[in-house]
Design a binder for this molecule. Structure first.
Ligand code: CAA
Ligand code: FAD
Length: 387
C-alpha cells in the first residue's frame, strides 16, 4: 500500500533554511523601497540568480536546479515572507514555462528554458485581456497563419513582469469558429517587431513587480514557436494553472508567515497597562487563530504540491484541479485575514509605513484575485465536485 507523501523531507527543511537566510540578508532590506518606489529590483534578481533560486523548477536536462513542486513552493514561500513582489520572479518564471514543460517540443524547451535557467531571461504568461479576465476563453487576440509564420494582433492585460521578461507565453485565437478549442499557445519574444508594453499599472500592492499590457501589432513569429498542436492552447493554459495556483498559495503563505512573525515579536515588546500586550488573552487567542489558519492552508498547499509533482512526472492526479484551487483559495483567504489581524495587533503603528505589516496586508490582497479570483476557484472546485 502506498500513501501520498507530502511531509517535507530533510532536504526541504534545509532548503527552507538556506532560502530564509538569503531572503533575510539580500531581499528583505529592499522590500520597503521596492514598494515605495514601485520598482523592480535588478539587484535582488541578480541575488536570486547567484543562488540559483530564480527559476528552481526548471528540470536539470534544461540546465535548471530540478526542484520538485514542494521545493519550489518552499522557495516562493520564503522569498514572499521577505518580499511578495520578489516572490513573483520564481513564481511567474514557473507560470510562463509550465506550458512548455507540459506541451512543447524538445527543441522549443531547449531553446527557451536554458537561457531562463542561466538567469539571462525571465518568462511571463499572457492569458488575460481587457475584456477577458475570468472568462479567459472569450479572448480576442488573433494569431493568423501566413506561410511558415503566424501573425499576432491583440492586447494582453495585467501581465506580471511585462517589460522585464524577455519571453512571453501568449494564448491567441487561431480558429474563431471553434471557441476554447480554437485557441493556441505561442512563445513571443520581447524583441519581436511589433511588441510593445503599456504603462505600469498603479497598484495597491506587489508594487515591486511591474504589471503592464503586452500589445502585439502585426507581430510575425515563426510557426515553430507554437506550443503543442493548434487548438490546444486553452487546455494547456488551464492545465498550467492546475500546477501554478499552488505557487500563488505559496506566495500567500509566505506573506502571512511574515506578518505573523512580525506581530509575535511586536506584542512581546509592546507594553500597555504595565505589561507586554502578549500577556492579554485577547491577543493570545488572535495569535493562535492566525497560526492555526496558516498551518491548515500550508498543509493543503503541500498536499497539492505533492500531487502536482506526481502529475508532472506522468502520473495523472484526478484531484489536482480541485486541490490546486482549494490551496490557492484557502491560503489567500488566510493571508488576507492574518495580515489584517497583524495590522490590528500593532495598533496605530501597524497602520503606518514605519512597520511592514501594512505592506503585507496590501500585498496579500492580490492573492485572492490573480490566477483566477477566489470566486472562480470556488466555481472550479464545485464543478469538480458535481461532475
Ligand atoms: N486542465 C486541462 N483542461 C481543462 C481544464 C484543466 N484544469 N479545465 C478545463 N479544461 C478544458 C475542458 O475540458 C474544455 O475542453 P473540451 O472542450 O475539449 O472538453 C476546455 O478546457 C474549456 O473548459 P470549460 O468549458 O470548463 O471552460 P470555461 O470557458 O467554462 O472556463 C474557467 C473555465 C475555469 C472559468 C477558466 O476560464 C478560468 O480558470 N478562468 C480564470 C482565469 C485565470 O485563472 N486567469 C489567470 C491568469 S494568470 C495570472 O493571473 C498570473 C498571476 O497570477 C501572476
Ligand atoms: P472579472 O473577470 O471582470 O471579474 C470581476 C468580478 O466578477 C470578480 O469579483 C470575479 O470574481 C467576479 N466573477 C466573474 N465571473 C464570475 C462567475 N462566473 N461567478 C462568480 N463571480 C464571477 N493575467 C495573466 O494572464 N497574466 C498575468 O501575469 C497576470 N498578472 C496579474 C497581476 C495583477 C497585479 C493583476 C491585478 C492581475 C493579473 N492577471 C494576470 C489577471 C488576473 O488573472 C485577472 O485580473 C483575474 O483573472 C480576474 O479577471 P478580471 O480582472 O477581468 O475580473
Amino acid at each position: 500500500m502506498s500513501f501520498p507523501l507530502y511531509a517535507p523531507a530533510e532536504e526541504h527543511d534545509m532548503l527552507r533554511e538556506t532560502v530564509r537566510a538569503l531572503a533575510d540578508e539580500k531581499i528583505a532590506p529592499h522590500a520597503a523601497a521596492a514598494d515605495e518606489n514601485e520598482e523592480f529590483s535588478w539587484d535582488v534578481y541578480k541575488a536570486l540568480v547567484a543562488a540559483d533560486l530564480h527559476a528552481v523548477h526548471v528540470p536539470e536536462q534544461y540546465g535548471g536546479a530540478g526542484a520538485d513542486a514542494l521545493a519550489t513552493v518552499i522557495v516562493i514561500e520564503e522569498v514572499a515572507r521577505a518580499c511578495a513582489s520578489t516572490s513573483l520572479i520564481p513564481a511567474v518564471n514557473k507560470l510562463g514555462t509550465v506550458p512548455l514543460l507540459l506541451s512543447a517540443s524538445e527543441e522549443l524547451k531547449m531553446r527557451y528554458l536554458k537561457p531562463m535557467a542561466r538567469g539571462e531571461a525571465m518568462f511571463s504568461y499572457a492569458l488575460s485581456e481587457p475584456e477577458a479576465g475570468s472568462d479567459a476563453a472569450s479572448m480576442r487576440t488573433r494569431a493568423v497563419a501566413d506561410g511558415d509564420s503566424y501573425v499576432l494582433n491583440g492586447t494582453k492585460m495585467w501581465i506580471t513582469n511585462a517589460g522585464v521578461s524577455e519571453y512571453y507565453t501568449v494564448m491567441a485565437v487561431t480558429d474563431p469558429s471553434a471557441g476554447a478549442r480554437g485557441i493556441s499557445a505561442f512563445v513571443v519574444e520581447k524583441s519581436d517587431e511589433g511588441v510593445s508594453f503599456g504603462p505600469k499599472e498603479r497598484k495597491l500592492g506587489i508594487k515591486g513587480s511591474p504589471t503592464r499590457q503586452v500589445i502585439m501589432d502585426n507581430v510575425r513569429i515563426p510557426a515553430d514557436r507554437m506550443i503543442g498542436a493548434p487548438g490546444t492552447g486553452f487546455k494547456t493554459a488551464l492545465a498550467t494553472l492546475d500546477h501554478t495556483r499552488i505557487t500563488i498559495a505559496a506566495q500567500a503563505l509566505g506573506i502571512a508567515q511574515g506578518a505573523l512573525d512580525y506581530a509575535i515579536g511586536y506584542v512581546k515588546e509592546r507594553k500597555q497597562f504595565g505589561r507586554p500586550v502578549a500577556d492579554f488573552q485577547g491577543v493570545q487567542f488572535m495569535l493562535a487563530d492566525m497560526a492555526m489558519k496558516l498551518e491548515a492552508a500550508r498543509q493543503l498547499t503541500y498536499h497539492a504540491a505533492a500531487k502536482s509533482e506526481r502529475a508532472m512526472n506522468g502520473e495523472p492526479q484526478k484531484d489536482l484541479t480541485f486541490l490546486s484551487s482549494a490551496a490557492k483559495c484557502a491560503a489567500s483567504d488566510a493571508a488576507m485575514e492574518i495580515t489584517t489581524d497583524a495590522v490590528q495587533l500593532l495598533g496605530g503603528y501597524g497602520y503606518t509605513k514605519d512597520f511592514p505589516v501594512e505592506r503585507m496586508m496590501r500585498d496579500a490582497k492580490i492573492t485572492q484575485i490573480y490566477e483566477g479570483t477566489n470566486q472562480i476557484q470556488r466555481m472550479v472546485m464545485a464543478r469538480q465536485l458535481l461532475k
